[in-house]
Each structure stands twice: as C-alpha cells, then as structure tokens.
Write a protein that binds this ligand. Structure first.
Ligand code: SF4
Length: 282
C-alpha cells in the first residue's frame, strides 16, 4: 500500500508559536503558570505542559497571582480587563490571524452594523470574537436570525471557504448594505485544499487530531465530502488494520494542533498494519 502525508499536516504557525511560548514560560517563569482552557486542542501536548507546571484552568475566578498565558484562540476583552485589574502577568499568545479577526469584528461594530460571525458559537475563538463584535452580534451556523439592513460579516479563522460562501448566499442578499471581511486564515485554506486533493487521490483517509479540535473535524468532513472513507484518530493506538484492507493508497492529514511527533507515530503504525507500503511526501 502507498501512503501520502499532506504537506501541511501538523502544527500551524499560530499553534507552534503558542506552544513554544508556553514551554518557554514554563521554564523561565515563577509558578504558578496557567492557561485559560487547554493551550491547544490536543490532550497529549496539554499533558506535557502540565508535567512542566503549566495548568489549564477553565475559570480565572480563583486565581490571584502568577502568569496567565492567553492561547492562540484569544479571549473576550472582558477577560483581559479582569486579569489586568487583578495585576496578573499576561503572556498573550493569541495568533496574529485571530487578532486580525478581532480587529475586523471591532471595525464592523464601529460602522454600526449588525455583526455576523460565521462559525461555531461554542468555540472559544468565536466566543472571544463576540466580545469585539458587540452585544448585538450574531453567530451563524445554519441558524435563522433576523437580518438587519446594515450587515458586517466575518468568519471563524478555521472555517472552510465553501461554508463561508454558503452562509453569505443564505442570508447576505437580505441585507441592503453589507461589508464582508474574509478572516479565514491562509494556513487553514492551504490545509483544507491539500486535504481535499489528497482525499480525491486516496482510497482511505486518516485524519489525526484532538476530538475537540474544530479544524480537525472540518478536515474529516472534507474527506467525507470527497466521497472517501475517513477516520479520525487522536493517537496511533486507535488505528485498525481492517481500514486498510483492499486499499492501494492511504492518505494522512492532521489538524493545526496535532504535533509532528503524533503524525509520525500514526504513519509508523499504518506501515505496521499494512504490508507492502510505499511512503510518499506530497
Ligand atoms: S489555524 Fe490559522 S488562525 Fe488558527 S492558530 Fe493556526 S494560523 Fe492561527
């Protein structure tokens, strides 16, 4: 069986930056060090950081001192203000592309538009974006909402271009005046294109990444849209030999929060599970 790994598989620029910063802070800073939520949607990396003394917490309410690392998804401006008020040291690892989306949300709000964020309401990046877009903003994920005359639209950075266009078609024409800012990050676009290309050329696709990673789930959806059997695994231990039976070409892709070391473990395990493999880098 031949195997190809998507060129863009693994950590993106923003995740690499946030994770490196977290390990650096863990080494240099006096404890306690926290992240608000896991630094990335990958339980294995979060466990490694925990071992270095960086604790992921869900709320900052009990925290009175130390350092808080803001992860690549960014946070609601209210959270930043609260940390400053408490005098807690902030290390901001918000991805610059997410910062760009936050600025876009604030700009659309300043133009007195109803701001629509196309994405998943429960995703932390979107929850933070809402803070910049204002209380009248709406998160659109195929839901109905009352479209106002003046609209401002942006996207969750990891949305697929196809989903953004579909959303614009569904509600955009109801507005009289619309300002659209495409905030999908380039790394996401390239990864999704690579994955689609690879899926079309493979008999089976393996998508590696955390189960709570939105961009990894989107890659799985894309593989299935391409009409290929696709399986989502967090680690190599979940792979099953039967997935590769009667396959001559397998493709491997991975979400933005998947370390290269995990991609390698998955690739090595697929090699073990299938005989006569031949590895090709896209
Ligand atoms: S996927 Fe894009 S926006 Fe998100 S962290 Fe990576 S580079 Fe930044």
């Amino acid at each position: 069986m031949k195997m190809k790994v998507a060129q863009s598989a693994g950590f993106c620029f923003g995740v690499k930056r946030a994770v490196n910063l977290a390990f650096e802070i863990a080494k240099k800073s006096k404890k306690p060090v926290y992240t608000l939520g896991p630094i990335i949607h990958n339980p294995q990396v979060v466990a490694q950081l925990e071992a270095c003394g960086v604790r992921a917490v869900n709320s900052l309410s009990g925290i009175k001192k130390g350092t808080v690392i803001i992860r690549s998804h960014g946070v609601h401006p209210r959270v930043m203000a609260g940390l400053r008020k408490k005098g807690i040291r902030i290390v901001d690892a918000t991805c610059p592309f997410v910062t760009k989306a936050q600025k876009a949300a604030a700009l659309l709000k300043s133009e007195n538009r109803q701001v629509v964020i196309v994405g998943e309401a429960e995703h932390p990046e979107v929850a933070a974006l809402k803070g910049y877009a204002g209380p009248n903003s709406v998160v659109y994920n195929n839901n109905h909402f009352k479209v106002q005359k003046k609209l401002g639209v942006l996207a969750q950075t990891t949305l697929s271009a196809g989903d953004f266009i579909e959303a614009l078609i569904s509600f955009g024409r109801k507005a009289e005046d619309i300002h659209i800012i495409n905030t999908i990050c380039q790394a996401t676009k390239v990864r999704q294109q690579d994955t689609m290309r690879l899926a079309k050329d493979s008999d089976v696709m393996i998508v590696v990444g955390g189960r709570n990673s939105a961009n990894t789930s989107r890659l799985l959806e894309l593989c299935r849209k391409a009409g290929r059997p696709a399986y989502h695994v967090e680690t190599e231990r979940e792979l099953k030999a039967k997935w590769f039976q009667n396959c001559s070409k397998a493709g491997v892709t991975a979400g933005a929060s998947t370390p290269d070391s995990m991609v390698k473990k998955v690739v090595d395990r697929i090699k073990e599970l299938s005989s006569n493999h031949k590895m090709v880098k896209l």
